[in-house]
Every structure is written in structure tokens, then in C-alpha cells.
Design a binder for this molecule. Structure first.
Ligand code: ADP
Ligand code: MG
Ligand code: MG
Length: 913
């Protein structure tokens, strides 16, 4: 096909269904490409042509039909008339067509279909005579005027529907099919009058004008606000344009032997085998989905019209084999003659996606590789979370951000201590805070779910909750949380006090009053406890689903190049991550080990004035740290455990400045003097930072506070020796955070090497831990060639890297203005959720390249939140990282997506058919 245009320079704007195929969705839109494909396959498709997206773009650019378009439409119409032996608007035997929009992607907000174009006051009589059916002709005409008014002229559809209802009650009938001809004629007059009144225009009697206006209206609908908003949200480019299909009508409203229906080649909601669909007799267009009359189950068509039913089944089989996937279908039967009006690869639920993919493998329709590409990590994660039971009514009291998915029910508590106490007493609790901070950690661990009224998806609560796989709703701003009064109030005045039950849905951000029943996920059960356990309560459908997941995840494991590790910092999480299939720990955060009871030791360290005080404080921490490491190295025996030395700023371990200052001031006013508190206050003041995230933390802390890193390295080394002596195979890796220059790293490595040597000698064991660094500052990425001289591995901390590359303060910006940014399309997804490939991603790419130039084969991974994000995983595979590390709960998702990434990469370029 000559897409460049004819020698005269006017492009081909119009294509017959007989010319195209399904690969041309860019040009013909999805609907047009599939109509062409079905025509090519010899299926019964009413003939027609497609006005291409090229024409739409030219129209939108010029504000009018481009030169040659009207002529081309006219030419193709003439061909159609010749083929059908009828002509548009013919008073004796009119050709009627539909005008159907259809871009590359299906899009709500775009103009709907107009049927029966070509009818006017004269041709409606011709149609009645030729069909020998007045009712049918006038029903078609009233439908045309109604659809034209609503979709082409943009009038409110309710007026038309109201007039239709009035006609029905005048005629004392329940259904539009029973309307007598006289009422239908009345309706036509009424509808025409409405168009004159509301649109200030006579309903066009010239069928060609009807057609042109409809095509133009489809083009214009590309730029409606709703369509633009939808595209921004779905990341569909604004410059694609839509195609328009003009197609000869098949009449489903020509009596009882006619009808219209939709069908799926398998059940799209469960994935069960077998046809599935609805049929409506004597109906046209959207009647079947509009719910105006009760539809029949597809199987009932077998009794009504066995020949058409068999034809449909046969076509469904052919389409599935041809598209090699679940297809959805729109069809119409006109007086016993079967017509296909649409097909496409159908949407389906997450569970159906897994089942159908493996069914198709069993049926030898697709390969396992292809099956893997038919399911997504996003779908898998949907399957892993528990849900609220669907058919129970709940009272919605607020809405926040879906910070960490899942469904949690419990009694409301407003502070960490109560959360811990109640949880220990066996109570399920929801921790409600304005926002959380590291002090709330114990409460967060104890709670079934977390609800905050401030902060976004990257707030402390959200990040920690996701890390723990714990349900959280954040930033429910309509809630007023009064921590001291132990009360929250909704903006509608509902008051919830400590002990009241609420239910939060972390996938939707909804907050409900009371206890909503939760259904657990058999897929999560499968990952956490194995197949046998998951199958104990499974019905047939669930059983098939679990086997499908099992098979596809196993295939992903076989295929993937990326290794998958977990972020875990306690033995329970470590064990859990192994169950989930983690091949090591990619990020063990040591700061959590300094919280809780141990905070006092850190405080002592910070306020130490003499060397002795300092050494004592460190010495007290050593055995505690060692014990932590021993347990984790035991659980992860034989697998790499990347331990990050302490990262956050010190003030996170200290009391709140204001509270402490007030306490000291009050004490002084009373004439009391508490020397320790005073010292603490001085320390807190000294360490106070305006911008702690860019302050004294990470490697900087290690260099400024001598002995701290050495203590941690010693604890790791001693733990490893201990494990070795017990016959274990500890594989610790030491990771230095927030490094910006090789000099920083060298200083720490020198210190660490000394400690390792000491410990090895003292214990008579050999220690060979790699020491590497986080790459989380742009400077580190750019000087990666130098840093790699000292670093034995890189781990990308993409949270901080995103923060420092964009200059976004993670805890502030998302709540402050990300919604505006998303709305205005600055980015279509938060760069903290999905890696910003062009900016942050480019730094990752540069660092990998430069690092490996210095140190060939340098081991590289990622341990930011992006490690569990499907889209980001594909990127990390592409830039050649060795592993991703994510929260334990995301490990299966990462395994699946890594497998998909490999298959996609190796399949691209070669024909997959
Ligand atoms: P949508 O994209 O909303 O599904 P369609 O273009 O598929 O819109 O049109 C909606 C319905 O209109 C179709 O399902 C079909 O029932 C009816 N329709 C469209 N074109 C024709 C036609 N040429 N003959 C009969 N019915 C048609
Ligand atoms: Mg359709
Ligand atoms: Mg960091």
C-alpha cells in the first residue's frame, strides 16, 4: 500500500476494509484494523472503509477537512454503493451506514457511534417498503436522529430518552420494540423539533451532509476535555488522532429473527473455558449493554437461531486461534444472516489473565514464553492482596491515597505504645496518625494497618508500610486526627474514638466505618506457605489459578537474567523473603536495630563527652548488633546479605527538640536541674539541621563520629566468624551509604579493612566480604569510574537518587504538589514510584557503564523502592544490572517481571508468531 500519497502530493486518507490488516492500528485505529483483518480472513463483515488517523491529524491541524479528503470519502462511498447495488439517500432503496470512531487505543470520552446514516424523510419510506416493515424503518430513523442529536450535535441524551419513555407510556407498552408505527413517527417529529430548538439547526436531510458532520464530530471529539484527561492519565500521546469507520448497516432491529450481541471466547472475569456473552432480539447497537431490556444468555441463541449460533461458535474458535488469545466480539443477526461487527483481544481480570495464558499453552496455541508476556507483575500483585468481600455494604467515611495495598480491619489507636499493648493482647489495631516518624515503628509493626491524614505515597508511613507489606492509606486529608484527644473526625462529622473499629483498603485508599469482612488471597498463601497449604481450601477455579501462577513463576525463574533479592532487616522478614523466592538480601538497614530499647545507647554515644563514655556506649551496642547479624546470617545461610551501615541523621535517634526544651525549661523554672537532660538538649541543638536529608548522614556520619562504622563492621565480622565456626556459610556484603566521592569511601574502607583483619586474626577465621557502596547521589553516578576503584559493588539507592537528581524532598513534595504535576502532565507517574528513565535512569546507566569500565564485571543492583516496580524492573534489566532488591512481598512480582523482561528483550526483533 502506498502510504506516502499519490504523485499529486495528497496522501491516501481512506482505506477499504479489504485493504488493511491488524498490524495497521496506528493508521486505521484498533477497530478499523481488526475489521480489515476479519475481512481478510473471509469472515462475514459488512463492507466499509476507514478514514485514517492521518486524515484526523490533518483535520485537527487545519481546522477543516484537508484537501482531497472529501473527494476520497466520496470515491469510497461510490465504490460501496456499487458493491451493494444501493445508494445513500435513495428514496426507493437506500444504502445506510454507521459511522464508528476508533483510535489506536480505545478511549472513553471519544464520540460514540452513529447508526443508520442515510435515512431522511424520503428514504425512510423506501426502507419501509423494501423491508416490508414500517416499524423497523421508523425505529431506525428515530434512532438516527436521537444518536445524531446526542453524539454529533452534543445535545443532552436525557431529553430524547424522556420523549421515548413518554411515547411508551402513551402507547401503554413496556418496551421500545412494542411501539406502534404511529408513535415512532411522532417520535421522529418530536426529536427533529428538539434538534431545532436545542441546536438551532434542521436535522440534515442530505445524507452526505449527515455523513460529513458525523466524521467531523468524531475528529473533534479527540480534543474534548474528557478525552484529553483520559490520555494524560493513561499516558496516551495527544498527537495520535483517531480513525473513523464507515460501514454498511446490518439490522438487528428487523424483527424477532434479528438481534445483536456481545460475546467472549472465554469468561473474562474468571478465565473459565467456554463461550460467554449476551444476546438481545430485535435490537440495535448498544441496546444490549445499555440494559434497556433483559438480555438473553448467549447459550439461548442456540434455541432461537441454531444456524447463527453454530456460525458464531465456529468464528469464535477461528478468531481465538488466529489472535491466539481471548477475543471479545460484537455481532448482529439480520433476519437470520450473521454479521461480525467487531473483535479485539479482550480485557480480563488478573486471575483470568493467568488462567487463560496457561490454558492456551495447554491447548498448544501459545508457548510458555508468550504466556509469560500475557500476564503482568501488576496483575500478580493484585492477586496477592486480601480484599474486602464484594457483596457487603460498607459505610465509606474518607478517602486517602492508596499507599500500600491490602485490606485491613481493626480497632483505632492513636499512638505506638497503645498499638503495641493492644496487639500483644491479641487485638487487631489500625494505627491512626497525622503522619508517622521513626518513633512509630513499633506501633506500625504491631498494627494491622496504618492510616494517616497527611503525606503521600512516599511519606514515611507509606514507604515503611510498603516495605513491611502492610496495608496503609495515607493523606486522608478530610480526616481530622487529634492524637491527644484520641479521636478522629470526618468532614461529615462522623467521630471515631480509640477502640472503634474501622476498615481500610490500601488498594483504593478507602476508609470504612466498622468491620468489613476480608477474604484472604490464596495466591499469597501459595507464596508464603507453599502449594499444598494454598490448595486446602481451594475450589476448582482457585485451584487452576494457583497452578497457573506456579507454572508461570517457575518459567519466569528459568528465563530471567536478573537475580531477585529482598530488603529485610530482621530474621522474620528474611525468612519470609526466602519463602517468596528471594535469592539474598539486597538491603539490610541497620538503623532499625538502633531503635526501641537500644535508643538509650545511641543517646549515650551522642552525648558522650569523654573518650571513655564514648567507648562504653559503643561497647554496649556491639553484642546487640552481633546477635542481630548472627540470626539473619543464619536464616540466609549461603545467600548474599548486603548490610548497609547506619544511614539516617542522628537526630532521628534523639528526643524531639521542642519537647525536650520545654521539659528542661520547666525544670529550671522549678529550680531543678537535670544535668543529663541539659546535656542531651545541647546535643540535640548541636545536631539540629534545617535539611537533615542533605545533612549529616550516611558515610558523613561514619567519618564524623569515629568508631560507629567500625563497631558495625566488627559486629558483622564477629557474627560471620561465629557462623563459620558452626559450619555455616555466611555471605555478608558491607555497603556504605550516601557516598559522593572516592575519598569518602577510601577512608571508610581503610577503617573497615583494619577491623576485618583484627577480627579474623582474633577468631582464627578467614573473612572476605566485598565492600561496596550505594550510588544515590548524582556525583557518585558521574564519578562512578573513580568510585569503582574502591567499591567492589554498586547498589543503586534510587529513592535518594531520585530525590537528589530532581531536587525533590521526598517527604514534602508528593503531598505538596505532585497531584498538580500529574494533572498538568509534567510526569504521568511519580518518579518515586516508577523510575524516571530519562533523568535518574540515565544516571544509573552512566554509573554502570563507568563503573564497569574501571572494574569489569562490577556487580550492580538496585535496592530502592523501584526494585519492586514492574516498569522499572524492565529498565534495570535493560541497563544490565545484576539484581533487583525489593520488599519481601514484592519478590514474586519482581521474579515474574524479570522473566518477562528477558523474554521481551530476546523476542524483540524476531517475529514471535
Ligand atoms: P464502541 O466502540 O462503543 O463499541 P462501535 O463502533 O462498536 O462502538 O458501535 C457500537 C455498536 O453499534 C456495535 O456494537 C454494533 O452493535 C452497532 N453497530 C456499529 N456499526 C454497525 C453496523 N454497520 N451495523 C449494525 N450495527 C452496527
Ligand atoms: Mg464496539
Ligand atoms: Mg538512601
Amino acid at each position: 500500500m502506498n502510504l506516502q500519497g499519490d504523485p499529486g502530493g495528497i496522501p491516501h486518507y481512506v482505506f477499504s476494509f479489504a485493504q488493511g490488516d491488524r498490524s495497521q492500528a496506528d493508521l486505521l485505529g484498533g477497530k478499523g484494523a481488526n475489521l480489515a483483518e476479519m475481512t481478510r480472513l473471509g469472515l462475514p463483515v459488512p463492507p466499509g472503509f476507514t478514514v485514517s488517523t492521518v486524515a484526523c491529524r490533518a483535520y485537527l491541524a487545519a481546522g477543516q477537512f484537508p484537501e482531497g479528503l472529501a473527494e476520497q470519502i466520496h470515491d469510497f462511498l461510490m465504490l460501496l454503493e456499487r458493491e451493494m447495488g444501493q445508494s445513500l439517500g435513495d428514496a426507493a432503496d437506500p444504502l445506510l451506514v454507521s459511522v464508528r470512531s476508533g483510535g489506536r487505543f480505545s478511549m472513553p470520552g471519544m464520540m460514540d457511534t452513529v447508526l443508520n446514516i442515510g435515512l431522511n424523510d424520503a428514504s425512510v419510506r423506501g426502507l419501509a417498503i423494501r423491508a416490508n416493515d414500517e416499524r423497523f424503518a421508523w425505529d431506525s430513523y428515530r434512532r438516527l436522529i436521537q444518536m445524531f442529536g446526542k453524539t454529533v450535535l452534543g445535545l443532552d441524551g436525557h431529553g430524547f430518552e424522556q420523549a421515548l419513555d413518554e411515547a411508551k407510556s402513551r402507547a401503554k407498552v413496556n418496551s421500545d420494540v412494542d411501539l406502534p408505527v404511529a408513535e415512532l413517527k411522532n417520535l421522529v417529529t418530536t426529536f427533529k423539533g428538539m434538534i431545532v430548538n436545542l441546536a438551532d439547526l434542521e436535522f440534515p436531510q442530505d445524507p452526505y451532509q449527515q455523513l460529513t458532520m458525523a466524521v467531523q464530530a468524531v475528529f473533534d471529539s479527540w480534543n474534548t476535555d474528557r478525552a484529553r484527561l483520559y490520555r494524560r492519565r493513561e499516558r496516551i500521546p495527544h498527537d495520535l488522532g483517531t480513525a473513523v469507520n464507515v460501514q454498511v448497516m446490518a439490522f438487528g432491529n428487523a424483527g424477532e429473527g434479528s438481534g445483536t450481541g456481545v460475546a467472549f471466547t472465554r469468561d473474562p472475569s474468571t478465565g473459565a473455558r467456554g463461550v460467554y456473552g449476551d444476546y438481545l432480539q430485535n435490537a440495535q447497537g448498544e441496546d444490549v449493554v445499555a440494559g434497556i431490556r433483559n438480555t438473553l444468555q448467549l447459550e439461548q441463541l442456540e434455541e432461537i437461531d441454531p444456524k447463527s449460533y453454530r456460525e458464531l461458535l465456529d468464528i469464535m474458535r477461528r478468531l481465538e486461534l488466529h489472535y491466539r488469545d481471548l477475543c471479545d466480539i460484537e455481532f448482529t443477526i439480520e433476519r437470520g444472516k450473521f454479521w461480525m461487527l467487531q473483535t479485539r483481544v479482550g480485557k480480563r481480570t488478573a486471575g483470568a489473565a493467568f488462567r487463560i495464558a496457561t490454558q492456551l499453552v495447554d491447548e498448544h496455541v501459545i508457548t510458555l514464553d508468550e504466556a509469560l508476556l500475557r500476564v503482568t507483575g501488576h496483575q500478580l500483585s493484585q492477586l496477592m492482596f486480601p480484599r474486602f468481600a464484594a457483596d457487603v455494604s460498607h459505610q465509606l467515611i474518607a478517602r486517602g491515597m492508596s499507599a500500600s495495598p491490602g485490606a485491613a480491619v481493626g480497632r483505632v489507636v492513636f499512638d505506638s505504645a497503645t498499638a503495641v499493648a493492644w496487639a500483644e493482647a491479641g487485638e487487631k489495631v489500625i494505627l491512626v496518625r497525622r503522619e508517622t516518624n521513626p518513633d512509630d515503628l513499633a506501633g506500625m509493626v504491631a498494627a494491622a494497618g496504618i492510616l494517616t491524614s497527611r503525606g503521600g505515597k512516599t511519606s514515611h508511613a507509606a514507604v515503611v508500610a510498603r516495605g513491611m507489606g502492610k496495608t496503609a492509606v495515607c493523606g486522608a486529608e478530610e480526616l481530622e486526627v487529634e492524637t491527644a484527644a484520641k479521636r478522629l473526625t470526618t468532614h461529615e462529622g462522623v467521630v471515631v474514638i480509640e477502640g472503634d473499629a474501622i476498615s481500610i483498603d490500601g488498594a483504593t485508599g478507602e476508609v470504612f466505618l466498622g468491620e468489613v469482612p476480608v477474604v484472604s488471597s490464596p495466591v499469597a498463601e501459595y507464596f508464603e506457605h507453599g502449594m499444598a497449604q494454598a490448595l486446602t481450601t481451594a475450589d476448582q477455579a482457585t485451584n487452576e489459578l494457583i497452578h497457573a501462577v506456579d507454572r508461570l513463576i517457575a518459567h519466569a525463574d528459568e528465563r530471567r537474567r536478573l537475580r531477585v533479592r529482598a530488603n529485610a532487616d530482621n530474621p522474620v522478614d528474611a525468612l519470609r523473603s526466602r519463602m517468596m523466592g528471594a535469592e539474598g538480601i539486597g538491603l539490610l538497614r541497620t538503623e532499625h536495630m538502633f531503635l526501641g530499647d537500644r535508643k538509650v545507647y545511641v543517646e549515650r554515644l551522642i552525648i558522650a563527652e569523654t573518650q571513655q563514655e564514648h567507648d562504653e556506649a559503643l561497647a554496649a551496642l556491639l553484642p546487640l548488633q552481633r546477635k542481630d547479624f548472627i540470626r539473619i546470617l543464619e536464616v540466609m545461610d549461603g545467600l548474599p546479605v548486603t548490610i548497609r551501615l547506619i544511614d539516617p541523621p542522628l537526630h532521628e535517634f534523639l528526643p524531639n527538640l521542642t519537647e525536650l526544651a520545654v521539659r528542661v525549661a520547666v525544670a529550671e523554672a522549678r529550680g531543678e536541674r537535670n544535668a543529663a537532660e541539659l546535656r542531651m538538649l545541647q546535643a540535640v541543638r548541636r545536631l539540629h539541621e534545617e535539611n537533615p536529608m542533605l545533612g549529616l548522614r550516611g558515610v558523613r556520619l561514619g567519618l564524623v563520629l569515629p568508631g560507629l562504622f567500625a563497631l558495625q563492621v566488627r559486629a558483622i565480622a564477629e557474627a560471620a566468624c561465629f557462623r563459620q565456626k558452626l559450619g555455616g556459610n555466611p555471605k555478608a556484603e558491607i555497603m556504605i551509604p550516601l557516598v559522593g566521592s572516592i575519598q569518602e569511601l577510601e577512608l571508610v574502607i581503610d577503617e573497615a579493612a583494619g577491623v576485618l583483619k583484627d577480627v579474623a586474626q582474633a577468631n582464627g577465621c578467614t573473612l572476605s566480604f566485598p565492600i561496596g557502596t550505594m550510588i544515590e547521589l548524582p556525583r557518585a553516578a558521574v564519578t562512578a569510574d573513580q568510585i569503582a576503584e574502591a567499591a567492589e559493588f554498586f547498589s543503586f539507592g534510587t529513592n535518594d537518587l531520585t530525590q537528589t537528581t530532581w531536587g525533590f524532598s521526598r517527604d514534602d513534595v508528593e503531598a505538596a504538589f505532585f497531584s498538580t504535576y500529574l494533572e498538568k502532565g509534567v510526569f504521568s507517574v511519580s518518579p518515586f514510584e516508577s523510575i524516571d528513565r530519562e533523568g535518574v535512569g540515565e544516571l544509573v546507566r552512566i554509573a554502570v557503564e563507568r563503573g564497569r569500565r574501571t572494574r569489569p564485571g562490577l556487580h550492580c543492583g538496585v535496592c530502592g523502592e523501584h526494585g519492586g516496580d514492574p516498569d522499572s524492573i524492565h529498565f534495570f534489566d535493560e541497563v544490565g544490572l545484576d539484581y533487583v532488591s525489593c520488599s519481601p512481598f514484592r519478590v514474586p512480582v519482581a521474579r515474574l517481571e524479570s522473566g518477562r523482561a528477558t523474554v521481551e528483550r530476546t523476542a524483540s526483533g524476531s517475529d514471535s508468531r
